[in-house]
Design a protein around this ligand. Structure first.
Ligand code: PGA
Length: 249
C-alpha cells in the first residue's frame, strides 16, 4: 500500500502569530487519519511550527532549499539548516519556483541530490502549462521534467521521493484538472517510472495531485486509483477547508 499524503503549501502567507493561530485551529480540526498530514509554512516560521506540532502527528515541511551545504549564497537555506530544526521533508520544483525564480530541471536535479544526500524526503513538483496541454504536449513535458529532474537517482532512493503533479493552469486559478485528467496523467507518470526503473518502484511511489483542490472536489479526485493525495495551496490557509480535504483522503 502506498502512503497517502495531504500537504498544505502555505506559500508566502502567514506571519508568526498567524502561523501559530492556524496551527492551533488545525490541531483541533484535523480528523484522525492514517494518511500523513503535512504543513509547509514559510522559512522563518518553521522552527516555531515544529515546536507547536511536537505532540501532533502533523509534519512540518519546507517549501524550498538550496543545493549547497553552506557558503556564500546570500538569502538561501541549506538542508542541514532545515534538519537542525527538525525538518525532514522539502518541497522542490514548485511551479512558482520554476516560473518566478528561474529554477530549471538542471538546478532541481542538484537540489534533489542535495536533499537525498542529507537523507531528507523530497516532494518533487512538476506539471505542464496551459499551452502544453492545448498543443497536446502535456505528456511529453511531464516526461521531460521527470527525466531531467529526477531520473538520475538510484532505484533505492525512490523511497525518499513523493511526486506532486500540478498542472500550472490549475494552480491558484480555481480551475481543477478533472478527476479523469488527473488519473490519466498519474497513470502515465507511473508507467514512465516503470519504464525507466521497474514496476515495483512505480507502484510504490506516492503521487499527489495539486491545483485548486477544495473540499468540494477532493473526494472525487482522491477516489482515483493512481491519486494518492494532494498538495494544497489556497485551501490550506483555511483550517476548515484543509480539515475537510484531509477528511476526504
Ligand atoms: P492551489 O495551489 O491549491 O492554490 O491551486 C496548489 C499548489 O500551488 O501547490
Amino acid at each position: 500500500m502506498r502512503n497517502k499524503i495531504v500537504a498544505g503549501n502555505w506559500k508566502m502567507n502567514n506571519n508568526s502569530s498567524e502561523t501559530a493561530e492556524l496551527l492551533t485551529q488545525l490541531i483541533s480540526k484535523i480528523p484522525e487519519t492514517t494518511a500523513e498530514v503535512m504543513v509547509a509554512p514559510t522559512f522563518v516560521n518553521l522552527a516555531q511550527a515544529v515546536k507547536q506540532l511536537s505532540t501532533s502527528s502533523m509534519e512540518v515541511v519546507a517549501q524550498n532549499m538550496h543545493f549547497a551545504e553552506n557558503g556564500a549564497y546570500t538569502g538561501e537555506i541549506s538542508a542541514n539548516m532545515l534538519q537542525s530544526i527538525g525538518i525532514k521533508t522539502v518541497i522542490l520544483g514548485h511551479s512558482e519556483r520554476r516560473a518566478y525564480f528561474g529554477e530549471d530541471d538542471a538546478l532541481l536535479a542538484k537540489k534533489v541530490d542535495a536533499a537525498l544526500k542529507a537523507n531528507m524526503r523530497v516532494i518533487f513538483c512538476f506539471g505542464e502549462e496551459l499551452q502544453d496541454r492545448k498543443s497536446d504536449n502535456h505528456f511529453k513535458v511531464v516526461e521531460t521534467q521527470l527525466k531531467n529532474g529526477l531520473f538520475h537517482i538510484d532505484k533505492g532512493q525512490w523511497k525518499q521521493i513523493v511526486l506532486a503533479y500540478e498542472p500550472v493552469w490549475a494552480i491558484g486559478t480555481g480551475e481543477t484538472a478533472s478527476p479523469e485528467q488527473a488519473q490519466e496523467m498519474h497513470a502515465f507518470i507511473r508507467k514512465t517510472i516503470a519504464g525507466a526503473y521497474d514496476q515495483e518502484t512505480a507502484e510504490m511511489v506516492t503521487i499527489l495531485y495539486g491545483g485548486s483542490v477544495k473540499p468540494g472536489n477532493a473526494n472525487e479526485i482522491f477516489s482515483k486509483p493512481d491519486v494518492d493525495g494532494g498538495l494544497i495551496g489556497g485551501a490550506a490557509l483555511a483550517a476548515d477547508d484543509f480539515a475537510a480535504i484531509v477528511a476526504a483522503i
